[in-house]
Design a protein around this ligand. Structure first.
Ligand code: ATP
Ligand SMILES: Nc1nc2c(ncn2[C@@H]2O[C@H](COP(=O)(O)O)[C@@H](O)[C@H]2O)c(=O)[nH]1
Length: 187
């Protein structure tokens, strides 16, 4: 059975870091999603996201789309199919609203991974260290989506696997266990 590891949680908890690690260590491709937000330093179009204008964003066909801290984000059916052509096990990084939609649409094919940290105060530091502009950090941390994604939504309790991503070494160990469960034959 094909599976999508849906990596979700609040901003700065390490979703993209986990997705990149799964690709590097286990060759698990990431579904690239679309956004209207500006690029961060070092990001590349077609690698980190498909960066869109509001007009071009509206032209795609989305499995789900959301507004997050004032920008639009969406994952397309085509993106999912393209990733499944490469591998039976793929990952995607979504906010919690998107993760709920993936469970409704893909059912058992969606493996939900909710990332959290012990103290939400460290998230601000992580975003600063990542090179985010102060203005962007402040508006994001004030957004209702940020507050919402700090807590596992009720619909995902008992469905999601939770990793407290404070210690990267422990996170690596837990990811190894998850991949072994989902991809036993190839390890
Ligand atoms: N376990 C960890 N310990 C310390 N720093 C970490 C850890 N995991 C990730 N980071 C760092 O935290 C920063 C934010 O990580 P990342 O970009 O992966 O978060 P994210 O959840 O994808 O954020 P966003 O939703 O804003 O895109 C990065 O600089 C990353 O290197
Ligand atoms: N529901 C969706 N959420 C998405 C998608 N692509 C990214 N995201 C989430 O948006 C926020 C902000 O991302 P950032 O890269 O600007 O920090 C974060 O929670 C991502 O997981 C999507 O297609 N659908």
């Amino acid at each position: 059975m094909k599976h999508v590891i849906v990596i979700t949680g609040a901003t700065g908890t390490g979703k993209t870091t986990v997705s990149t690690y799964l690709k590097t260590k286990y060759q698990i491709p990431r579904i690239i999603t679309h956004t209207t937000r500006p690029m961060r330093p070092g990001e590349k179009n077609g690698v980190d996201y498909y960066f869109e204008t509001p007009e071009s964003f509206a032209e795609n066909h989305y499995l789900e789309s959301v507004t997050y801290a004032g920008y639009q984000y969406g994952s397309s059916y085509e993106g999912l199919e393209r990733a499944f052509e490469k591998s039976d096990l793929v990952s995607i990084v979504l906010d919690t609203k998107g993760a709920e939609t993936y469970v409704q649409e893909l059912k058992q094919q969606a493996f939900i991974l909710f990332l959290t940290v012990g103290q939400s105060g460290i998230l601000h530091e992580r975003l600063k260290d990542r090179g985010d502009q102060l203005e962007m950090i402040q508006s994001r941390i004030k957004s209702k989506e940020y507050t919402r994604d700090l807590t596992l939504p009720e619909d995902l309790i008992g469905v999601a696997t939770v990793i407290q991503n404070d210690d990267w070494h422990r996170t690596e160990e837990k990811l190894g266990e998850i991949v072994t469960k989902l991809q036993p034959a190839s390890l």
